[in-house]
Design a protein around this ligand. Structure first.
Ligand code: 0RA
Length: 666
């Protein structure tokens, strides 16, 4: 869920000024190199990983069109990536208009990568469906090898421009495309690919497209994973709910329909109920995660409510009237729609807008769910019993909410006593640090710039909102304090525009406990204040892990490799100054008392106010991670694992991630 994008406060634009007559429309791949963020979102770790998606999406397109079965992705030791598929291969004949090889046209022309026929679904309809030519533009080297029509063709490029002709290497019976690229280190802030981050998206694609077999191999660590889920969405739902107990088998609903707009639409839905209280709906259109939902999700929700209510009425199962949310308590659902020409709307262009899809999904769900309920009376009964319990709890919660509201607990006037507020009132300029522990809270209060920084210290762990019903949540002091301080209301009445701060920053220790607290807080925001995340207002502070000291010089490192870099830089400087060679220095460092001292910060509380300010809170020098719900599937699973009732998977998960504490939030 957390995006590792760095929000270091440096200007995005490079400061170029354009005189009127120097303005020209940038064409082609030069534009991509000048403004990479416009094409791939950003140039952080997220943008880097997005390069792989762009290439793999083309291979998935081939699979959807029925021509490709295997996709292999390799992370090479030189930092490059290969993506190989056994599709038809990129066309190589002479392009009728450009009079050069179509291969070169596809690889070097913006937006020329798409399929030309209308019979297959295009995956590349979403956020940054910019194609393989963009990846080419942002690579210092690229090589494509195509097997097609009996021959093997190849061409190489640099920064998006060909550095060779299309050459024929020999004959073959096979077909397919192999693309190898090396991301341009002058463009990306980091060029190191993370196995798990690559694996997450590939796994998602493998669940959504059960016909493909995806193989991921990491040459660096000799790590590999084959992703092939014949069960498709059923496997996906089980994967997400692996650490919670579900009390019905996953229900699979599929349909192929012609939409009102006369297009072929494939709908696949799988859902199950677990003993938890939260609702978990993941939705996709053409393999793109529609984070903000849309017409397919509305169709699903309304049909779920309508069909279950009708069944309850026909079988005289309920005394209490049931509402939609009652049927979504403990629900994990995946909705996947494949269609032509999806329209994406919303804040992040991840909301399906095509209006005819709502009725189409509703119809398929109504018909097939009614059939399912009729043929599975035991399961139907269990689902309805759960919904009735939820309705009773909801009514109780409303009562206590009204009570709370009457006491004016969430409304503006009275701010919590623990909050050290800032003096500026304009939310856009203000930020609040939600800090774990009183001692760290104290340092933060002293170290902050009180004009625009507010501090809210929290005591210990907050309530796990995924495991508790609303009534209990409303009674919890820590949670009430958070809502009060933010001042934007609660749950259904939550209005992000009323938030008293432009940035909400979570600050916890970089250890397992801190990570757990972060997860609990993320869960609270994820479930009850999602819009803060959509609007990009939720952040995670990045305190340093190490202090490296040499003489009077003090340096902070945020991870192991930064620490090692600092050490070697100091050694080089010392060596240069003393005129001795670096090996001698290394030997001396181990023994001399005036050597380099490395201390590890065990917690925020170990830092004094000045240190905390300069390393973690000063906007000029700090690094913040913005929380995003880009990888909703992974976030959902992590929440279930950390919050679910099964202990063993949680222990395993924490142990596996212990040395990469940061990854717990990914
Ligand atoms: C353009 C047209 C066709 C296929 C492709 C591009 C294509 C691109 C990529 C990128 C990676 N793997 C790919 N596989 C195919 C259609 C070709 C035809 O009609 O035969």
């Amino acid at each position: 869920m957390q995006d590792q994008e760095e929000i270091q406060q440096t200007p995005v634009e490079n400061g170029n000024t354009y005189s009127e007559d120097s303005i020209k429309v940038l064409e082609g791949l030069e534009a991509v190199r000048k403004r990479p963020a416009m094409y791939i979102g950003d140039i952080s770790e997220r943008g880097l990983h997005h390069l792989i998606n762009e290439v793999v999406d083309n291979s998935i397109d081939e699979a959807l069109a029925g021509y490709c079965k295997n996709i292999s992705v390799t992370i090479h030791t030189d930092g490059g990536i290969s993506v190989e598929d056994d599709g038809r291969g990129i066309p190589t004949g002479i392009h009728p208009v450009k009079k050069i090889s179509t291969l070169e046209v596809v690889m070097c022309t913006l937006h020329a990568g798409g399929k030309f026929d209308d019979s297959s679904y295009k995956v590349s309809g979403g956020l940054h469906g910019v194609g393989v030519s963009c990846v080419n533009a942002l690579s210092s080297q690229m090589r494509v090898t195509v097997k097609r029509e009996g021959q093997i063709f190849t061409q190489t490029y640099s920064e998006g421009k060909p550095v060779s002709q299309v050459e024929i290497l020999g004959d073959t019976d096979a077909s397919g495309t192999l693309i190898r690229f090396l991301p341009d280190a002058t463009i990306f802030r980091t060029t190191v690919f993370q196995f798990e981050r690559v694996a997450e998206r590939l796994r998602e694609l493998a669940f959504l497209n059960p016909q493909v077999i995806i193989h991921l191999y990491d040459e660096r660590e000799k790590q590999e994973e084959t992703m092939h889920y014949k069960g498709g969405l059923v496997d996906f739902v089980k994967y997400i709910d692996e650490s919670v107990t579900s009390f019905v088998k996953p229900i699979l609903i599929t349909g192929n329909e012609i939409s009102e707009a006369n297009k072929n639409v494939a709908v696949e839905i799988c859902f199950q109920y677990n003993s938890g209280y939260s609702e978990n709906i993941l939705s996709y259109v053409n393999n793109i995660n529609t984070i903000e939902g849309g017409t397919h999700v509305s169709g699903f929700r309304s049909a779920l409510t309508r069909t279950l209510n009708a069944y309850a009425a026909n079988n005289k199962l309920n005394k209490t009237p049931l509402s939609g949310e009652d049927f979504r308590e403990g629900l994990t659902a995946i909705i996947s729609v494949k269609m032509n020409e999806p329209q994406f709307e919303g804040q992040t262009k991840t909301k399906l807008g095509n209006s005819d899809i709502e009725g189409l999904v509703r119809q398929i769900m109504n018909d097939k769910l009614a059939q399912y309920l009729d043929s599975h009376p035991n399961e139907a009964k269990k689902v309805l019993e759960k919904a009735i319990l939820a309705a009773e709890a909801r009514i109780a919660a409303r009562k206590s909410r009204e009570l709370v509201r009457r006491k004016n607990a969430f409304e503006g006037s009275s701010l919590p006593g623990k909050l050290a507020d800032c003096s500026i009132r304009n939310p856009e300029e203000c930020e609040i640090y939600i800090v774990e522990g009183d001692s760290a809270g104290g340092s933060a209060k002293q170290g902050r710039d009180r004009r625009f920084q507010a501090i809210l210290p929290l005591k210990g762990k907050i309530l796990n909102v995924q495991k508790a019903r609303l009534t209990k949540i409303l009674e919890n002091d820590e949670i009430r304090t958070i809502f009060l301080a933010i001042g934007a209301g609660f749950d259904e009445e939550f209005d992000v525009d009323k938030a008293r701060y432009g940035k909400i920053i979570l600050m916890a220790d970089a250890d397992i406990d801190g990570s757990h607290i972060r997860t609990l807080l993320l869960t609270l925001f994820f479930i009850y204040m999602k819009d803060l995340i959509f609007k990009g207002k939720l952040y995670i502070a990045q305190p340093p892990l190490y202090k490296v000291k040499k003489g009077k010089g003090e340096y902070y490192a945020y991870n192991d490799s930064e620490r090692d870099e600092i050490i070697s830089r100091i050694r080089k400087e010392t060596a240069a100054r003393k005129g001795i060679d670096i090996e001698t220095i290394e030997v001396m460092e181990g023994t001399t008392p005036d050597g380099i001292q490395i201390s590890r910060f065990k917690g925020l509380g170990e830092m004094n106010p000045e240190q905390l300010w300069s390393t973690t809170m000063n906007p000029e020098t700090r690094t913040l991670c913005r929380v995003s719900v880009e990888d909703a599937a992974n976030a959902a699973r992590i929440f279930q694992t950390l919050m679910g009732e099964k202990v063993e998977p949680r222990r395993e998960f924490i142990e596996k991630n212990a040395q990469y504490v940061k990854n717990l939030d990914v």
